[in-house]
Design a protein. Sequence first.
Length: 343
Amino acid sequence: MKTVVFDRHVLEQEVKPHALLDRYRRLLAEDVMSRLAESDQLKSTGCPGCLSHGGSAAFEKLGMTYRQCETCRSLYVSPRPTEEVLVDFYRNSKSSLFWRERILPETRETRREKLFSPRAQWLLDVVDEYLPKAQMGVVVGYHNDLMIEELLRMEENLFKLLVTNPVADIECDHLKSENVVIRPMPESTLDAIGPSDIFLAFDILDRCVDTDALFSAATKSLAPGGLFVGSTTLISGFDLQVLWDRSESIYPPDRMNLLSIEGLTALYERHGFEALEFSTPGMFDVEIVRRSIQGAPQDDWPRFIRYLVENRDEEALHSLQEYLQRYRLSSFGRIVLRAVGTS
Ligand SMILES: [Zn+2]
């Protein structure tokens, strides 16, 4: 299995403008409280990684309770809204509209260059290496329009793509290609599609209502030897472990499932996948922690971490980030899995 280390110099603020994010967070807080936390359809759930029940309450965010699994240490929201309520949230809430109409357009070219063009190139390399004869891919995650644009630009003979996320018709209506079919559908019906060769799961594992059902659907949809390719935010990563409830990366509903490395491993192994690559090529953990401590020096922080970020130079902090990548301790995780059997 490969563990990949990145060495790219990308500053976080280039892809996430802070002023817009502040306004987005205010809208999000109002929407989550009124549409999700107060929904009369909340349901309790077990761990999204190992399925254990009875995780202990960790903290609350925007009126919703995060629990931590005592077996694999994944962090997850429970009770949580139904898929129907969640899809309505992503299609119609004020914060979702602000995200689509303000944040995405204003950061479009930066995201294309810094995030989605490299992701598309990586994906083409993965397919070249592991499944060069792929004919059909299913795109189940959110915000994949730029990646698809880049795939179409880079590869003339791209495999066909079926885009299924619940807002695909809104996000991808400008994509005109005979190779791309837009068909938004609930996650609970994904198991009816296929056979496919690649299951593209970017920006979905952290926010789907039922991770186990998502993997079941992938297992049913993929032809033998097919690939599950995706990325997600991992609670085992450095910045989330240090900042915990103070992390701005932990909020419902985008981050309802924060799997640990161990939780994600349990999840894919249970569904008959083997890992071809499982890396944490994140670049921002140390910088996020440094900025958080700098922004609230009066707060109580782990003594050693505070000393480290306040007393070591850029080179030392960069080396720490490389160490986190190398030992799978960053909070940004990326996987390439191969379907080897059914559960
Ligand atoms: Zn667990």
